[in-house]
Design a protein around this ligand. Structure first.
Ligand code: F6P
Length: 343
C-alpha cells in the first residue's frame, strides 16, 4: 500500500511525531511506503512530494518542532476548485490513502476529499485545542507550558514594580490556552472569547488587589477575547485572504483602559508564535505518536472519512463530520472554576 501525508494550516509542536508514527507503522507493520506532500494542500495540488523512509533520519524528528514537510494555507474555494487536479495527482503517485494533519479547516478539506471518493484519515492538530470530538489536540500542552512559564516569570517583576501585567496568548475562537495557562500560572484574571468581558469587573478585581496590599496584578487574555457589548469601544479585526479574522491587540486595549481608569502602571506582552515553536512536551510527543500510529493502522484497514481522536485513555476513530461540525469551546463550568480564583 502507498500512504500519503501532509501538514496544513498553522504549524504545531508534535507534527513531526505524527509523521514519524505514520512512516514507522506503515513500514514495520504493513511493509507500505509513505510519501509526504510539501506545504499542505498547495503541495498536493502542485504535486510536490518527497519519499519518507523508515530510517534513522525519520527517528530523529520526534523531538523537532514545526514540520519537516512544511505547511501552508489555501482558501477553501481554491482548494475545492482543484479537486480534479488533486485526484489526478494522487492517482499518478499511486496513493491508496491520504492522511492530512491539520486543524478544523484542514479537516473540512479532508472531509471534502473523502466525500469525493478519496480514502482519507484525518489527524487533528492545533495548539488552540478547539477541534471537536477529541479530548486534546497535540501542541496544546506545549503551548500551555510555554504560556505558563511566561506568566510565572511575570509575577516577580510585576510585584517589584507594583504593575498590572497583561499576557496575551493565542486562541482565536476559543480560550483553552488562556484558561489553562492562566490557572496554572496563577493569573488574577483570565479573559477568553467564549465569555465577553466587562472591563469594570476586571478593574474592580485589580483595584481590590491593590487595596488589600497585593500591589500587582496579572491578567491572561486570549487574542480573540471581546468586550461585552456597550461596555467599551473596540474595533474588531477584518478578514485576511484565507478568510481568517485578524486581531487588533485586545490585550493592549485592556491594558490602556486599566491605566486610564485606575492610573496603575501597566505593561502588555503578546506571547505570539513562541507558543507554537520549539520541541513538543512529552505529553504532546506521546499523543502525536499515538495519533500517527492509529491513523496509519486505520488507513490500512480501509477506513475513510474518519479522524483519530483521544477519548479518555483511548485513541478512537470519529467521523470527520463530527470533528468539523462545530468548534470545541470552553464550557461555562470550566470558566466558572477559573473565576473562583480571580482577584
Ligand atoms: O493555530 C491557530 C493559531 O495558533 C491561532 O491561535 C492564531 O491566531 C493563529 O494560529 C496564528 O497563525 P498565523 O500567524 O500562522 O496565521
Amino acid at each position: 500500500m502507498r500512504i500519503a501525508t501532509l501538514t496544513s494550516g498553522g504549524d504545531c509542536p508534535g507534527l513531526n511525531a505524527v509523521i514519524r508514527g505514520i512512516v514507522r507503522t506503515a513500514s514495520s507493520e504493513f511493509g507500505s511506503t509513505v510519501v509526504g506532500y510539501q506545504d499542505g494542500w498547495v503541495g498536493l495540488m502542485e504535486d510536490r512530494r518527497v519519499q519518507l523512509y523508515d530510517d534513522a533520519a525519520i527517528d530523529k524528528i520526534l523531538l523537532r518542532g514545526g514540520t519537516i514537510l512544511g505547511t501552508g494555507r489555501l482558501h477553501p474555494d481554491k482548494f475545492k476548485a482543484g479537486i480534479d487536479q488533486i485526484k489526478e495527482n494522487l492517482r499518478e503517485a499511486e496513493v491508496d490513502a491520504l492522511i492530512p494533519i491539520g486543524g478544523e479547516g484542514t479537516l473540512k478539506g479532508a472531509k471534502f476529499l473523502a466525500d469525493n471518493g478519496i480514502p482519507v484519515i484525518g489527524v487533528p492538530k492545533t495548539i488552540d485545542n478547539d477541534v471537536n470530538g477529541t479530548d486534546y489536540t497535540f501542541g496544546f500542552d506545549t503551548a500551555v507550558s510555554v504560556a505558563t512559564d511566561a506568566i510565572d516569570r511575570l509575577h516577580t517583576t510585576a510585584e517589584s514594580h507594583n504593575r498590572v501585567m497583561i499576557m496575551e496568548v493565542m486562541g482565536r475562537h476559543v480560550g483553552w490556552i488562556a484558561l489553562h495557562a492562566g490557572m496554572a500560572g496563577g493569573a488574577h484574571y483570565t479573559v477568553i472569547p467564549e465569555f465577553p468581558f466587562d472591563i469594570n469587573q476586571i478593574c474592580k478585581a485589580m483595584e481590590r488587589r491593590f487595596q488589600m496590599g497585593e500591589k500587582y496584578g496579572i491578567i491572561c487574555v486570549a487574542e480573540g477575547a471581546l468586550p461585552k457589548e456597550g461596555t467599551m469601544d473596540f474595533k474588531e479585526g477584518e478578514e485576511d485572504e484565507f478568510g481568517h479574522k485578524t486581531f487588533n491587540g485586545i490585550g493592549q486595549v485592556i491594558g490602556d483602559e486599566i491605566h486610564k481608569r485606575l492610573g496603575h502602571d501597566v505593561r502588555t506582552m503578546v506571547l505570539g508564535h513562541i507558543q507554537r515553536g520549539g520541541t513538543p512536551t512529552a505529553f504532546d510527543r506521546v499523543l502525536a505518536t499515538r495519533y500517527g500510529v492509529a491513523a496509519a493502522r486505520a488507513a490500512h484497514r480501509g477506513e475513510s472519512g474518519k479522524c483519530v481522536a483521544l477519548h479518555g485513555e483511548h485513541i478512537e476513530l470519529i467521523d470527520l463530520e463530527e470533528a468539523v461540525g462545530t468548534l470545541k469551546s470552553v464550557p461555562l463550568s470550566r470558566y466558572a472554576t477559573a473565576q473562583a480564583l480571580f482577584g
